[in-house]
Design a protein around this ligand. Sequence first.
Ligand code: PGA
Length: 263
Amino acid sequence: MHVIICSSPEEAADLVAREILDALSRKPDLVLGLATGSTPIRVYDRLLHAHQEDGADFSGVRTFNLDEYIGLPPAHPHGYRTFMHDHLFGGSNFTRENIHFPPTEGPDLVEKCTAFEAKIRDAGGIDIQILGIGSNGHIGFNEPTSSLASRTRITSLTEKTLRDNAPFFDAGEPQPSMAVTMGIGTILDARRILVQAFGLKKAEAVRQSVEGPVSSFFPGSALQLHANVTFHVDAEASSRLTMQAFYRRSQENVKELEAKNVL
Ligand code: PGA
């Protein structure tokens, strides 16, 4: 695992957005796995800026979102389609047919989940997966005890996740307690995984994911099984890591090799 301890969430977003834009310049039909929540918003701001100010062209990019609630109509203000429209798709030139969300409506929802996996494969697999982590360790909506081999499927949300997400719903508004999520196995198939986590409330999730044992009880720890993951964390989110000095020194070593043109 690579851990980059950033001076701020802004620096983390700069690094993640830069990597996506570099990949886009090499592959105009890049396949992106996208996340919702507060964590990736700064990255999406930078992608929008790159489109609006520097002409970055997303028209060939294929996108697959990680998860979506069951029970919300597609245009619901708190659905993840709306989130992605508001924070990225609406202000840029992604092509509608290239945008994919996990299916959430029947009939045959299980078969549709299998078809979603097939669409990812048909696109050639995900090149870069953007991820946040829930404070309970979930990635996507893979809650604790999700199989490390799980694929896109219907899942229930834990009490903890329901509480964490309650502020996004208006008082008295019914909050969905089920979702469809890419599985942990689906996420691990991505060629590159860029994780971000910020603030003290994520410190334990980062510690368990990076330094804890691999366990389905803490889904973020499954990322240890992937060969090309980078965690971008701020000082607070890194505060419970026991090997901070090592991560910082590794960062310096990489910079030194880059400066010498070794990489
Ligand atoms: P957040 O959520 O980005 O809003 O902190 C992350 C997650 O629950 O996966």
